[in-house]
Design a protein. Structure first.
Length: 694
């Protein structure tokens, strides 16, 4: 923080700046300072963009502005701002006034600071999730520009999902927040988001000013993109909702994609736009104002399809009885498609889907579930083509699918085939839905019985180990405090890395050196190290872990008399003990100087509720991935560190580093995701490993 000479009329700025610094400690800032004596600045980076909140006090008025220092992202920033808060005022091309508050006796600095911090947090979250690096591709023939963003595949998925954007009037409609968003965070496919912002109005990625150049250009772009990235159309799914759903159908038909998934698409585009968005229709049609070309795009692509028996396409349309601009055009579209198109139409009659907008919101979970299944290579059930609206799925069939447990996919498929083949009555549909739910519950119960029965010996041995050797949650933390003993935690990742040479974590590759170092932790006999044994879970994940490793792991731990509980820095610790657990951890570093070792860009931070009673806290950053290779450098640096306690949040490398520091007489605690675990338990935050999920 830099201090300068302040004008006499702005004494409140210092107080508000200091209060904001305290209120916004959960966020990482590249700069927090008073600039030129008149502006409180909170700056941060979003990977590729520099942004800042500027706060000024003019007379008795607080003015909060957002600045996008990279002007190429100003349009994205403005879009996010206007969809997040109201009353945004553009001051310059890259500066926006987002709030004004009056300082009075009834609204002193403390009140204004709290209100401003709430606004900053809301906008910061929106920008961090919604701002992404947009690439511009220019068509060599027409000169049209295609804007897109992308996210690479995860977990070896070979699927490509192309998502066309919707009309962006609400944050929930932002392409599912693009590559940074949470809605499609678990989808494993390679994701390609196609924007529609290169014109003054939306073009539906199909037509602008009476010309189909954008349609032709985007087609060439998709073909080039697939060729460059090694995708065939048999690997491609094209999807979108509302406006994006219309584009998905048009491009899916033209390119013969493997899957087309459209949520509430407008099949009668000109009618919908004429009634709801006339300004968009005017830009699409241009001076001629002829709707014939626009309305014929999908029809023309459908009629041009061949009927190759070796190439099928799955078309999934999700809609409702209250979305006539979709349903009124459905029968004509389905009649034009060849037999090689397998069409699934989900039409809900729910009162929660009583408009186009509410249809999108109501069916979004089903839409995302279909895309998630595609992302892992599970092709949605093919079925006979549906030829008219009277054969659209009814609500009972849809609700049956919603109820299904993911473990019952095969059963679900077989019953859906029966549903479609029989053109069943409502009563029969309800009967099968009930059977589906009963089978799901019965099969899960049976699986649990079989698993528990097969694990009886292992569970008994683990329970004996826990009963005779493992400290309780509180005893573990109190032992660290009272004895000032170091702590190395073993979880499922560390155990598997140690015992399974082919096992890797997303952020830590295995190696013989790492496995040997983890074995050395278990073999430590100095009395200066407490080793953590996992909390005893019996659910499916841990059953799989223990069945794989227990017999080997047991032999490595038999010699040691006492183990701590590894999960003292996990959500279950705080959920079980509440405030008592929080107080126990705070007593460990109360009045002590602390150094934290964590990965660069990791989510660990010094949450005040946990760490405010430490006398000082410094942070040393390691590599964001494969931190084990950085241990020698960290040891050299930490040998010169003067703090009383070293806290380590570094995955398996942290387990090893704590051990090695204890061997040279330093007090080191492998503390893991304690800050995320605290927020999850007390503030309904995200699950600790969310940043690593795929």
């Amino acid at each position: 923080m830099s201090w300068q000479t302040f004008p006499d009329n702005t004494p409140s700025l210092i107080e508000i700046h200091i209060r904001l610094t305290d209120l916004l400690t959960d966020y990482k800032w590249t700069g927090q300072k008073i600039w030129a004596g008149r502006t409180s600045v909170f700056a941060w980076e979003r990977d590729f963009a520099d942004l800042a909140f500027d706060l000024r006090i003019v007379s008795n008025r607080c003015e909060l502005e957002l600045v996008s220092r990279n002007k190429q992202y100003s349009s994205q920033v403005e879009r996010i701002l206007r969809s997040t808060i109201s009353n945004v005022r553009k001051i310059e091309s890259n500066r926006y006034r987002i709030a004004e508050l009056i300082l009075t006796a009834n609204t002193p600095e403390e009140h204004c600071s709290k209100e401003i911090s709430k606004i900053i947090e809301k906008i910061r979250k929106a920008i961090d999730s919604g701002l992404h690096n947009t690439v511009r591709w220019t068509d060599a023939i027409t000169g049209e520009i295609v804007e897109y963003s992308e996210r690479n595949a995860r977990k070896d998925s070979s699927e490509l999902i192309v998502v066309f954007s919707s009309i962006r009037t609400n944050r929930k409609w932002l392409d599912f927040d693009g590559p940074n968003g949470t809605s499609m965070n678990s989808n494993r496919a390679h994701l390609l988001f196609i924007n529609d912002e290169s014109k003054k109005q939306y073009s539906y990625n199909l037509m602008w000013s009476g010309s189909l150049d954008i349609f032709e250009a985007t087609t060439r772009f998709l073909l080039e993109y697939c060729k460059t990235h090694g995708f065939k159309m048999q690997d491609v799914t094209i999807a979108g909702m509302s406006k994006g759903g219309t584009a998905a159908i048009a491009y899916g038909l033209r390119l013969r994609a493997k899957n087309i998934v459209a949520l509430a698409p407008q099949l009668l585009v000109s009618r919908y736009l004429s009634n709801n968005r006339p300004e968009i229709l005017a830009g699409i049609l241009g001076e001629d104002k002829d709707t014939a070309i626009l309305d014929s795009i999908i029809r023309k692509e459908a009629l041009n399809l061949d009927n190759r028996p070796d190439h099928h396409t799955n078309l999934h349309i999700l809609t409702s009885n209250s979305d006539p601009d979709c349903t009124d055009g459905m029968s004509e579209l389905l009649e034009m498609l060849p037999e090689t198109f397998h069409c699934n139409v989900w039409k809900t009659s729910s009162m929660n889907a009583d408009s186009h907008h509410r249809t999108v919101l109501y069916l979004s979970p089903l839409f995302l579930s279909i895309l998630s299944a595609i992302g892992v290579g599970v092709e949605p059930q093919q079925c006979a083509q549906l030829r008219s609206p009277k054969h659209l799925y009814n609500e009972n069939q849809q609700e049956a699918v919603f109820q299904m447990n993911e473990d019952q996919n095969e059963l679900l498929k077989s019953l859906l085939v029966e549903l479609k083949a029989m053109r069943i009555t409502a009563n029969r549909s309800l009967e099968i839905s009930s059977k589906l739910l009963w089978e799901s519950q019965t099969n899960r119960h049976t699986q649990n019985v079989i698993r528990n029965s097969s694990m009886t010996r292992i569970f008994e041995e683990i329970q004996t180990t826990v009963d005779t050797k493992q400290l309780s949650f509180l005893d573990t933390v109190n032992s660290l405090r009272d004895r000032q003993i170091s702590f190395s935690r073993f979880g499922d990742g560390e155990i598997r890395l140690m015992l399974r040479p082919q096992y890797n974590l997303k952020f830590q590759k295995n190696s013989p050196q790492l496995a040997e170092s983890l074995r050395a932790v278990l073999a430590d006999q100095t009395g200066q190290l407490l080793v953590g044994f996992p909390h005893f879970y019996r659910e499916q994940h841990w059953s799989e872990v223990w069945s794989d490793v227990w017999d080997q792991f047991r032999q490595l731990i038999e010699h040691r008399g006492v183990y701590g509980n590894s999960h003292v820095s996990r959500p279950i610790f705080f959920e079980t003990l509440g405030q008592a657990g929080l107080d126990a951890w705070r007593e460990v570093w109360n009045g002590k100087s602390v150094t934290v070792v964590t990965g660069r860009g990791a989510s660990f931070d010094l949450v005040p509720e946990l760490f405010s009673n430490a006398t000082s806290a410094a942070i040393i950053e390691s590599r964001p991935e494969n931190a084990f290779s950085d241990i020698d450098r960290l040891l050299t640096r930490l040998e010169q560190d003067s703090s009383e306690l070293i806290l380590i949040s570094l995955g398996p490398a942290g387990t090893v580093l704590s051990h090695r520091l204890s061997s040279i007489g330093r007090w080191a605690i492998d503390i893991g995701h304690i800050s995320d675990s605290y927020r999850y338990a007390f503030n309904s935050g995200d699950w600790p490993e969310k940043q690593y999920q795929s």
